[in-house]
Design a binder for this molecule. Structure first.
Ligand SMILES: [Zn+2]
Length: 466
């Protein structure tokens, strides 16, 4: 099968070459439109500054649905609709409070925040001794004897020598996601997790956590502590094992609520049944305004459709923008979208996601077969003037993930990731940290790839059409 596809490509590629100058012109027009006549930054300003953090099930999330639907309506697309999906509703409650107590009356405040999905502490807070670990694997060796009645402090930092910061994140995030469930098995009363942040600062970073199948009565509260706070706590613990940590949080889970994915599309002129999607997630954490994660990805995706129209391009295939709800704490929107697509027998040929921040784009990562990857990398030179060079296989994005299968080519925009985790899921993920030009370059890079995929099709799709 793969060999046939490669053979096909060998015939096909020379023809792609003929119209390269047309492609060069179209990319130039896309980048110029984005940088001189773009809408993405204005949209992001509204989402971030007028609406703010958009946690699933919140009033703000509802406002974001209405706002983006109205904006898509105004673009004159062929169809704009809301796709209903039930989402979890977790609320943070009043601001968390924490201190460490070196000796009775000698306290130092710490910057913490509840992890998404965590239970509250008792109403008067929780005070206990602390045991520091570098990871879940240490718990078993310590055993119940050393853990029972204590707060487990997970303090494995993100690995600084990894150039791909998402890899460093992946190497640490198990502490946040499963730390509480694992520590509870050994009788811990609470969990404090070092924030997933490569730099030292005072912002605690939230994020989703899960108790797995732990019964409700066994669940213990879990919070993130800023990296500065984690360093201090670790230093104090080294000097005084008897130091006590206090924290209080009032978060709560409510029944699921109705929400929506926001979808808009331009119908394809030649192959309307071949669908290309581009998207980001509309929900965000509640601490900042969710500008990088993932307001940026949403407005860039909306901009892809707007720019294709603006530049007078008539897509051959159906191009759809999907603003997914509930990526952060449930992935319900993405799951629902893929479910409905399957029910309707929709043929998704390509799905692109932007969910790595609104920073300078470097390229894309792809989840596809060799034949498609070969076709895509044959377009690399078209991106060279825009300093887009990163075309690698491996990984796409959480929201397009459920569309995997049936030859769908999945991709993720890969911006520079060095500053992403300074802001990720924290109070400082705000509008002023998004650079207008960087955001616009990202939108143009996505639109360029969507244009090329639309024009030439994916290898499988071209094969079917003969
Ligand atoms: Zn995200």
């Amino acid at each position: 099968m793969v060999n046939r596809q490669i053979l096909f490509l060998l015939f096909f590629l020379p023809f792609i070459g003929i119209s390269q100058s047309e492609d060069e012109k179209q990319l130039k027009e896309i980048y110029t439109t984005s940088l001189t006549n773009g809408e993405s930054y204005n949209w992001l300003s509204y989402l971030s500054n007028q609406i703010g953090g958009r946690l699933s099930g919140s009033f703000n999330a509802e406002q974001a649905v209405n706002y983006t639907k109205a904006e898509l309506d105004s673009l004159g697309l062929d169809r704009v609709w809301l796709q209903p999906v039930m989402v979890p509703k977790w609320t943070r409650g009043i601001k968390e409070f924490s201190y460490l107590e070196n000796a009775p009356g000698e306290t130092t405040n710490l910057d913490i925040c509840a992890l998404g999905g965590s239970v509250a502490t008792p109403s008067g807070g929780l005070k206990a001794n602390v045991i520091e670990v570098k990871g879940i694997e240490e718990l078993e060796a310590l055993g119940e004897e050393k853990i029972k009645g204590k707060i487990v402090f997970f303090n494995r930092p993100m690995q600084a020598d990894l150039i791909q910061t998402f890899e460093a994140y992946g190497g640490c995030v198990d502490q946040r996601y499963s730390g509480a469930a694992e520590a509870a098995k050994y009788g811990a009363v609470g969990v404090m997790v070092r924030s997933m942040n490569l730099r030292l600062d005072n912002y605690p970073h939230t994020g989703s956590m899960s108790y797995g199948d732990l019964p409700v009565e066994k669940r213990i509260p879990a919070a993130a502590i800023s990296t500065n706070g984690a360093e201090m706590l670790s230093t104090v613990l080294a000097l005084n094992k008897d130091v006590k940590l206090y924290f209080r949080q009032t978060c709560k889970v409510f029944p699921d609520v109705q929400s929506y994915n926001v979808i808009g599309e331009i119908k394809g002129s030649e192959f309307p049944n071949e669908i290309i999607t581009v998207g980001g997630h509309l929900d965000s954490w509640d601490l900042g305004d969710g500008s990088h994660d993932d307001g940026a990805g949403c407005v860039q995706s909306m901009e892809v459709l707007r720019m294709l129209k603006e530049t007078g391009y008539k897509p051959k295939r159906t191009i759809r923008v999907v603003l997914f709800m509930n990526e952060e704490n449930g992935l319900r929107g993405a799951t629902k979208y893929a479910e409905v697509a399957k029910e309707k027998g929709e043929h998704h040929v390509f799905a692109l996601e932007s969910d790595a921040g609104g920073f300078t784009p470097r390229g894309f990562s792809f989840d596809c077969d060799e034949a498609n990857f070969a076709q895509i990398t044959s377009w690399k030179s078209l991106f060279k003037p825009y300093l887009i060079h990163y075309f690698e296989q491996g990984g796409s994005g959480a929201d397009v993930g459920p569309l995997k299968g049936n030859g769908t080519v999945l991709a993720g925009l890969r911006p520079d990731s060095q500053r992403y985790f300074d802001h990720h899921h924290a109070e400082n993920d705000t509008f002023e940290h998004v650079n207008k030009r960087e955001l616009e370059l990202g939108a143009a890079t996505m639109a360029s790839l969507v244009y090329l995929i639309d024009k030439y099709g994916t290898v499988q799709a071209s094969n079917i059409k003969g």
